[in-house]
Design a protein around this ligand. Sequence first.
Ligand code: BGC
Length: 880
Amino acid sequence: MTTLQAYALRTEYRENPLGIDISAPRLSWRLKSTVSGAAAAAYRVDVSSEGSADQSAIGSAAWSTGWVDAGTAVGVTYDGPLNSRTRYTWSLTLRDTDQTVIEAGTAWFETGLLERDDFAGGWVAADTTYDIPEREFDPPVDDDIPTSMRHVPPAAYLRRAFTARGPIASARLYATAHGIYTAHLNGDRLGSAELAPGWTDYTERLQYQTYDVTDQVKEGENAIGIVLADGWWAGYVGFDARRQGNHYGVTSEAWAQLEITYADGSTDRIVTDDSWQTANGRIFYTDLLMGEYVDARRDLGAWNTPEYDASGWAPVATRTDDFSTFLAQVDAPIEVIDELPAISVVIDAHGRALYDFGQNLVGRVRVDFGPLAADRSIILKHGEVLENDELYTANLRTAQQRDVYVSAGADSNVFEPTFTLHGFRYLEIEGLDEPVPLERVTAVVLSSATPPAGTITTSSADVNQLISNIAWGQRGNFVGLPTDCPQRDERLGWMADAQVFLPTAALNADVASFFTRWLADVRGAQTAEGSFPDVAPVVSQFFADGAPAWADAGVIIPWHLYRVYGDLRLLETSYESMTRWVDFIEKHNPNLIWTRRVGNHYGDWLQIDALTPRPLMATAYFAHSAELVAKSAEALGKTADAAHYGELAARIKQAFVDTFTGQDGRLEGDTQTDYLLALAFDLVSGEHRENAAKHLAEAIDAHDGLLTTGFVGVSLLCPVLSEIGRDDLAFALLETDRYPSWLYSVRQGATTIWERWDGWTEHAGFQAVEMNSFNHYSLGSVGEWLYRYVAGIEQAATSVAYERLHIAPRVGGSLTSAAASYESVRGLIRSAWSLEGDAFTLDVEVPPGVTATVVVPGGDTVEVGSGQHHFTSTLALANA
Ligand code: BGC
């Protein structure tokens, strides 16, 4: 009897995706077995289509791979017929090495709208000529509406009633917005997506969402509704001092297409058009940065039900579109991923209630105020830290993170904003006589729903807190796209931040579709000349010409995703843009030292007491990008390109050595980051390499055993130290809590990664308010080292998609154990060690079809196949 099992059957990285439009979707699965050495010998995928609007396709066999003699597959490309609005069910059959045939599971994907002609209707918006109620309040609090929000329009409520002619067989809603929206049918809010459609470069790409509304549409009278807000389309996010708000448009607008298939096979389509109506309701204004103002006195009641009397509503404004920017949602939506109760409340010196959630997080609050007198206005402010026991919001810059709730005098008042997003640990409530009890104050955590992939834990509580801080930084900043920070008026897709953190991120979670989607905006933002930007989507031309290490993300990220997920398609799609970027740098820097067209050159951003020469850093990245393009060319079978870029990389490396090496192999600037770049990017060899290793250790010594690295250097720090045989230094840097260090912030009570090593210090207090986020993931890039080196979950240097593992855990510092697991695209990998006295044990799990070299500390190096393996050794630590 076989023990081989398949699990996690995915289409384009997603579990049973509804409404996809990729022309040849890839199907994948992972394997597990309880028996060592288990492996699949062959697989077979059979696809059938069912339930298509085109009845002729129902139940028909669509496609089969036939038996394929291969053990694993990280993406079988579906090559059968593909029609719009069709559900394709695929079943996987495996044959193991004993010739046993295993029915290994089924999954499905459903197509959305594949042809331009499939889209109908047009945009609907609140008619701006419609009489928006005056913003007049019995002023409960004088500064009820901050100046910044006086021109932000109320959320638009949009609705249409319709009749369904008979019993329903199935119904789908396709919808999106220029703005952000929620969709409603017969009183229900649809789906789990928040802040849909998320942020893409709307001039090029706009994701639509698909909802299965078969259960919501009823025979007879129905009502469909949408609530629409500015979001990224017209709101304040954008960081362009010349243009506050309105980055893509002035008025938000919504599009929806409801398709009903009746039991008799006939269909109806309800689209957004001039039959819709609009009104303003309880959301008086809302903005991602500023906050949301909910006025319960303006509640519309059951506005999204068929019984509602909408006679007072106004007609909508309409606009047509050619749908050329529309595409189906690529990644998992932003969702509520967690809820945290408030853990304490204190009344501050001004009588305001200050709640603590115990965790810096990203999302919003839900407060059940209970009964409130009419016209009572309550102000809710959000902040990450306290100063003198009061909420500290100076670091938000122009962002407000401030919600308002105005009561209509009802007995029940539950407040939860819909279209805003705050970065906070503390909530201050002003305007109540008595604080709301803790159990009625909840933080609602929002994030892109990237499936969890890795876990890691060690014997050190401080290191575990650091690991938690890294994970929370990822959750809070992976919201539709990788952002720098979630609280101040920035929240942009900064590319270096994403690039340095990606290796850690991809171990914590399955980020394949998340980055696939964002990379389309990265490529789209490339200038005609070939420059990648600093941020994507680009909202200001100030960021169009990217800086070294920032723009290089356009090369580094597709390559890294290829290594992790084996995604050759993404590499292929990105390839041309990658070559154009490297060609662009070369064209402007023919002597191969990158000094021209460096954009905003940020250097090793936020380093401490060190200045890495910018030409040196830039040239190192130039060499690295050229090398990764060469490797990509090789992976894609482009031999001539591989030779060309390989040779270019070699010449840049030579120019680097010739230009920046001084006496005794010291590099210009003599900083830690200098040597980290040289060693990590393989810029130096032989004697130069030995010198660089020596000088790196000295540069740490020279700073009293502490780091000086900024965003760029820090991601290389511990991995390079391990590679040059200095685990001792890597562990010392990890475990010190002297400033600057990771554990310094942990010691100060951090629950996320800070933007700056000195976000707050005993000697200087808070850093400058102009730039001091307490939730920036970049310095958390050390997570990669914890997984790959400390726990030892690593693939061999030339392996792709974890086909060959190299498990070589490092033991050091005060750690007596470390354990990590990682759901790779082939299956679960685990490595856990512990040290008691000098007795070392290591447990390793290798998925079917994968082999591993295990380097047992103090023991042998062993080759193993799949299964669970236990090793012991006697380990006398040098520093024990
Ligand atoms: C952002 C960063 C970004 C940097 C560029 C900052 O304002 O928050 O994380 O990478 O600018 O130097």
